[in-house]
Design a protein around this ligand. Structure first.
Ligand SMILES: Cc1cc2nc3c(=O)[nH]c(=O)nc-3n(C[C@H](O)[C@H](O)[C@H](O)COP(=O)(O)OP(=O)(O)OC[C@H]3O[C@@H](n4cnc5c(N)ncnc54)[C@H](O)[C@@H]3O)c2cc1C
Length: 298
């Protein structure tokens, strides 16, 4: 397998995944592959299909909870799909799936385009952010997407226009169906004022530093906010701020964040998320939905 895979990208065997996710937890991958191009990604997928090998697409690992054991398949990291283009006169941006969302947000502002300021503090890739329709401050990424290019189940490239993509709060058909791999997207932005956009980004950055435990490893909000309420408020009112399992802790600064105090294992994080869920359900009767995705826990 490895001889075939290295034709299409960089490959590592028994690769540690700890530094490839923002919780800094997890075991290893039997193979970790970074395809050189979209065509190479298709070639890899064809190879895996013919070998009946399981795989998982890794973005920046900022919304997942990995397992401590080895992932017995191929983890495909899209960090080399990192091309982007901004055309200010056409008010459009194009980015491949491995581009970091804050990079695209800041570059579009540099071109005096407005729209993506909300995304400057969301540490995901374009692929991961579209998949989960990342959002903040009442904006979400899909509101700015004109089309998404994917690899479909027949391992062919297909471009889907926004009106043919279903999405909602922190979800899309990509997340629901798991039929597509996102490889690139086009965005429609508006002409704006660079200085006021930069100011807005800076104000929000300061607010995040004040209200979120960014000094610790985490994967952002653990639970979705239920309609008309806040997951953080419910967790705090259930007396869980500061509650610990091993090296994982419910943040004192923001109760909807679970932080890795340094030595947390995946199992610590997994158990703590479930403990918080069950305790909130028991104490408040609210069944919180988990926003982060458990990978390979069955
Ligand atoms: C400090 C902090 C703050 C955060 N703040 C916010 C916030 O304000 N708003 C918000 O919405 N989120 C927030 N997040 C969560 C996270 O950054 C987003 O959900 C982000 O969009 C995840 O992108 P990712 O590339 O890290 O995806 P990953 O975590 O790598 O993957 C998430 C899922 O997407 C799938 N995926 C990734 N790339 C592709 C692809 N190309 N094609 C198909 N599937 C793919 C993966 O297989 C996985 O199932 C925050 C996280 C942190 C750590």
């Amino acid at each position: 397998m490895i001889e075939e895979l290295i034709k299409y990208g960089t490959v590592e065997e028994h690769a540690t995944l700890k530094n490839l996710n923002t919780y800094h937890i997890g075991g290893t991958a039997r193979y970790l592959v970074s395809p050189n191009s979209i065509q190479d990604l298709i070639n890899i997928l064809k190879l895996l299909k013919s070998n009946n090998t399981k795989y998982f697409i890794l973005g920046n690992g900022s919304n997942i909870v990995l397992n401590d054991r080895e992932y017995d398949g191929v983890v495909i990291r899209l960090n080399n799909l990192n091309g982007f283009k901004i055309e200010a006169d056409k008010q459009m941006a194009y980015a491949e799936a491995g581009v970091m969302l804050p990079t695209l947000a800041k570059e579009s502002v540099e071109h005096s385009l407005t729209g993506l300021e909300f995304a400057a503090g969301i540490p995901g890739t374009i692929g991961g952010a579209i998949y989960g329709n990342a959002g903040a401050y009442n904006s979400c990424l899909m509101d700015y997407v004109t089309s998404v290019t994917v690899i479909n189940e027949d391992l062919e490239l297909e471009t889907l226009e926004n009106e043919n993509i279903t999405y909602g709060y922190r979800t899309t058909m990509f997340k629901e169906d798991k039929k597509y791999i996102i490889v690139a997207a086009k965005f429609f932005l508006k002409k704006g004022d660079k200085e006021s956009s930069l100011q807005l980004i800076e104000e929000r950055r300061k607010r995040r530093v004040e209200t979120q435990p960014l000094e610790y490893a985490s994967a952002g909000s653990v639970f979705r906010n239920p309609e008309g309420d806040f997951a953080g408020r419910l967790i705090e009112s259930s007396g869980l701020k500061g509650y610990k399992i091993g090296g994982a802790e419910v943040s004192e600064k923001h109760a909807n964040f679970i932080i890795n105090k340094g030595e947390a294992t995946s199992t610590d994080v997994y158990k703590l998320i479930n403990y918080v869920h069950d305790t909130v359900l028991e104490k408040t009767k609210v069944d919180l939905l988990i926003e982060q995705e458990f990978i390979d826990w069955e």
